[in-house]
Design a protein around this ligand. Structure first.
Ligand code: 13P
Ligand code: SF4
Length: 305
C-alpha cells in the first residue's frame, strides 16, 4: 500500500468508527496530515476536553494520552504506540517529590505537563511550555517548587523574578543535549537567520535566542515574521513542518540531534493498525488517580487560556 492509500484508509476507518486523532506536532508528517488536530501539549490538552467523539487516539507520548484520559474519563483513549514514553516524564515519581516537599512545605508544586498521572496527583498546578510563565505569575503563592524540567523552570524563574523558584535536576534529554556552541556555529553559517528555541533547552542556549517559546509559539512566530531565515531549536520536525508551510522562507534545525525517538516511534502503519484493532493501548487509570490528577490540569486550563 502507498503512503497516500494508507492515509485514505485511515481517514475512512476513523470516520466509520467516530475516532478523533490528536497528534503532537513532533510526530511524522504523514500522521499530522491525517490528524483531526495537531498542536503543542497545551493545545492538545484543551482540545481533548472539547472533542465530542467517544474515542480519542493520541499520536504522541504516554503522558499526553494520560492527560486526555484525565480530562475525559468517560472516553476511550488510545495511545497509538505503547512504547512511546517520555524520559522526562518518567524521571521523578510521587514518593521522591513528597520527600523533597518535606524540605519546602510552603512551596506550591508546579508540575510540567510532561509528568506521569501519578505525579500529577500531588501537584498544585500543572503547566505546559506555553503557559508556564503566565501561570507562575498568576498563582497566589510566591514560592514554587518546579518539577521536573530545570531548564524550563530556570526560564520561568528568569521571567518571573518576583517569585522564588526551586529547581530539581530533571529535563528533556533531547533539548538539553544542545550545546551553546551549536548556536554560535549555526549563526556563523546563517548570519541572517533568527534563532527560535524551546525553553527545554539549557539557559546558555536560551539566552542566545531571538525568540523563546513552545512548539506552536515557535511556528506562529516564524510564520508571522518578516525574516526569511530561521534556526529552529526544537525537535527537528518543526523545521520540516515550517518548510512545508512557508516555502518562501528557509528553516535550519539547530542540530541534527534534535530528534525525539519516542515521538518518532509512532508510524502511519501503527495508526492504521490502531484503527483495525490490531495495535495500540487503551489508557486505563483508576478513579482516584483521575480525580486527584485532574485538579492541577483544570487549574492550568483555567489560568493558562
Ligand atoms: P510543547 O508541546 O509544550 O512545546 O512541548 C514540547 C515537548 O517536549 C512535548 O513533549
Ligand atoms: Fe519528552 Fe523531550 Fe521527547 Fe518531549 S522531546 S517527548 S520532553 S523526550
Amino acid at each position: 500500500m502507498k503512503v497516500s492509500e494508507m492515509q485514505q484508509e485511515v481517514l475512512r476507518l476513523k470516520q466509520e468508527q467516530d475516532i478523533c486523532i490528536l497528534a503532537h506536532s513532533y510526530v511524522a508528517r504523514e500522521i499530522s496530515e491525517i490528524a483531526d488536530f495537531v498542536g503543542d501539549s497545551y493545545q492538545l490538552s484543551v482540545k481533548a476536553s472539547q472533542v465530542e467523539n467517544q474515542t480519542v487516539l493520541m499520536c504522541g507520548v504516554r503522558f499526553m494520552a494520560e492527560t486526555v484520559k484525565i480530562l475525559s474519563p468517560e472516553k476511550k483513549v488510545l495511545l497509538s504506540n505503547p512504547l512511546a514514553g517520555c524520559p522526562m516524564a518518567e524521571q521523578m515519581d510521587k514518593d521522591m517529590i513528597l520527600q523533597v516537599k518535606k524540605s519546602y512545605p510552603d512551596y506550591s508544586i508546579m508540575a510540567y505537563v510532561n509528568t506521569t498521572a501519578e505525579l500529577k496527583t500531588i501537584a498544585d498546578v500543572c503547566v505546559t511550555s506555553s503557559s508556564a510563565v503566565k501561570i507562575a505569575k498568576a498563582i497566589e503563592n510566591d514560592k514554587i517548587l518546579f518539577i521536573p524540567d530545570c531548564n524550563l523552570g530556570a526560564y520561568v524563574a528568569k521571567q518571573v523574578p518576583e517569585k522564588t523558584v526551586k529547581l530539581l535536576q530533571g529535563g528533556c534529554p533531547i533539548h538539553a543535549s544542545v550545546k551553546p556552541s551549536a548556536v554560535q556555529n549555526m549563526k556563523a553559517l546563517h548570519p541572517q537567520a533568527l534563532v527560535l528555541v524551546h525553553p527545554e533547552c539549557m539557559p546558555s542556549v536560551v539566552e542566545q535566542a531571538d525568540f523563546v517559546g513552545s512548539t506552536s509559539a515557535i511556528m506562529d512566530y516564524a510564520k508571522n515574521s518578516n525574516a526569511k531565515e530561521f534556526i529552529i531549536g526544537t525537535e527537528i520536525s518543526i523545521a520540516e513542518h515550517l518548510q512545508y508551510d512557508c516555502p518562501d522562507k528557509l528553516f535550519y534545525p539547530l542540530t541534527k540531534d534534535l530528534i525525539c525517538p519516542n515521538m518518532k516511534s509512532t508510524t502511519l502503519v501503527d495508526v492504521y493498525r490502531n484503527l483495525t484493532g490490531e495495535f495500540g493501548e487503551e489508557i486505563i487509570l483508576d478513579k482516584q488517580t483521575i480525580q486527584d490528577a485532574r485538579r492541577c490540569i483544570d487549574k492550568m486550563i483555567a489560568l493558562g487560556g
